[in-house]
Design a protein around this ligand. Structure first.
Ligand code: FES
Length: 153
């Protein structure tokens, strides 16, 4: 009680704002606090999709993740060089699963009509598909494969 009375007497005003100025990182360095919030938000959107061992060489692994508007069907694909990619599992030409297709180089082929999709860009490399499929940011953390379905390209 003694401290409160003394502080109030010295500041002559809002004790709460005086105390907050010294401890609140937002007020000390707003830009750093903003970046920290953005990094935290980015971490929250990456979800565990599978383990690296779930994805065969030059093969696929289908997984359902939670997106902002509901379930997102994702194909985690290992290309022929061993790199992992995450793309929409739904072909842009028809509602079939790309994870049932063949991997060749850095592409996956739709099993129904044969369009190939670039795993880095999602672009179709030949007809009949003309629209790209979404590509999702993927990170590997040890054995864990994390996919951000909110960050589609
Ligand atoms: S359904 Fe995939 S190319 Fe037609």
């Amino acid at each position: 009680m003694t401290e409160f009375q003394g502080a109030a007497a010295v500041s002559g005003g809002d004790l709460a704002s005086d105390v907050t100025d010294e401890t609140d990182p937002e007020r000390r360095d707003p830009e750093r606090a903003r970046l920290r919030r953005l990094r935290g938000r980015a971490r929250m959107t990456a979800q565990l999709a599978c383990m690296t061992s779930d994805v065969p060489e030059a093969g696929t692994f289908r997984v359902e993740l939670e997106g902002p508007s509901g379930t997102v069907e994702v194909a985690v694909v290992r290309d022929e060089d061993g790199a992992l990619h995450a793309i929409s599992d739904i072909c842009s030409h028809g509602a079939v699963s790309l994870s049932d297709g063949e991997v060749e180089g850095c592409t996956v082929e739709c099993w129904l009509h044969g369009s190939r999709f670039d795993l880095r860009t999602g672009e179709p490399l030949g007809p009949p598909a003309v629209r790209p499929v979404p590509v999702y940011p993927l990170t590997v953390d040890g054995e864990r494969v994390l996919v951000d379905v909110d960050g589609a390209a």
